[in-house]
Design a protein around this ligand. Sequence first.
Ligand SMILES: NC(=O)c1ccc[n+]([C@@H]2O[C@H](COP(=O)([O-])OP(=O)(O)OC[C@H]3O[C@@H](n4cnc5c(N)ncnc54)[C@H](OP(=O)(O)O)[C@@H]3O)[C@@H](O)[C@H]2O)c1
Length: 273
Amino acid sequence: MGERAQSATLSPSCWSFLAIAKPMPRLAPVIMATLFMDINGKVALITGGAKRVGREIALEIARRGARIAVHYRSSEAEAKAVAGASGTVFHADLTDVVSIDKMIRGVEEEFGGLDILINNASVFSPATADDATPEHWDMQMDTNAKGPFFLAQRAAALMRIRGAGKIINIADVAGEVIWPSYLPYSVSKAALIAVNRGLAKAYAPQIQVNAIAPGPILFPEYYTEEQKQAAIERTLLKRAGSPRDVVNAVVFLIESDYVTGEMIHVDGGRHIM
Ligand SMILES: NC(=O)c1ccc[n+]([C@@H]2O[C@H](COP(=O)([O-])OP(=O)(O)OC[C@H]3O[C@@H](n4cnc5c(N)ncnc54)[C@H](OP(=O)(O)O)[C@@H]3O)[C@@H](O)[C@H]2O)c1
């Protein structure tokens, strides 16, 4: 039995099933299919984990018993507060693959491996088709698509040593809808959605790769009340979500071993409007 199966856990509902199934040994393969990754004791790297949505993801994974590697670029103090005594912080600029490599080496040295990667860090900056510059394009694509890709590539090498792993890419409904006023950003998230599907194929069956596409969760500080209301109006549910909604989807995807190449919309219905 591989390490993946050894480290997996049966859900409470499975135990009652197991009790019924006891006299029927031929059902063993069915029981195997209900195994799931237990967050407790796993090593998780969360990019952009110092603040906002990434912070809430990191804190919940730690609360469930994972050892967390909290990545930051500029928010060192906030990252240390999230990591607490049992976690560790790691600096990296995701536009720089050398910096990504250094971080992965640091995670390996500190924790001896990696089980979960949450590609959460992102840059969200407006530019239209007319005013986008090559520099702006590169910043969006490098941070939101290229960086997550190479981080996943390096992380997958560590996960394969353990025989299992979860990669979760935090995309955006903008990657499907494509917002004209955030055109390079939208394209970078569309690229991340494609990366998500490509890596799910590349790293199966050991590693499951999935995405989450949030809608309005936490607005940028510079958003006016009018912009916030307009974003809310563009949802079916007529309200903003909360980081908790994203966290719930992250936990589901970590614990679900039979889901890969998927993208869960956590957007109040925005993507079908
Ligand atoms: N907030 C929403 O309503 C919403 C909606 C749709 C999708 N999303 C997606 O959900 C995720 C989290 O959203 P958020 O609003 O919490 O994110 P955010 O505050 O915009 O950014 C998260 C972190 O990304 C890090 N970052 C930016 N550029 C970086 C770079 N070049 N290298 C390394 N780190 C970099 C920053 O870390 P430092 O602070 O350490 O510099 C920042 O705190 C993002 O992927 C976002 O696109 C969010």
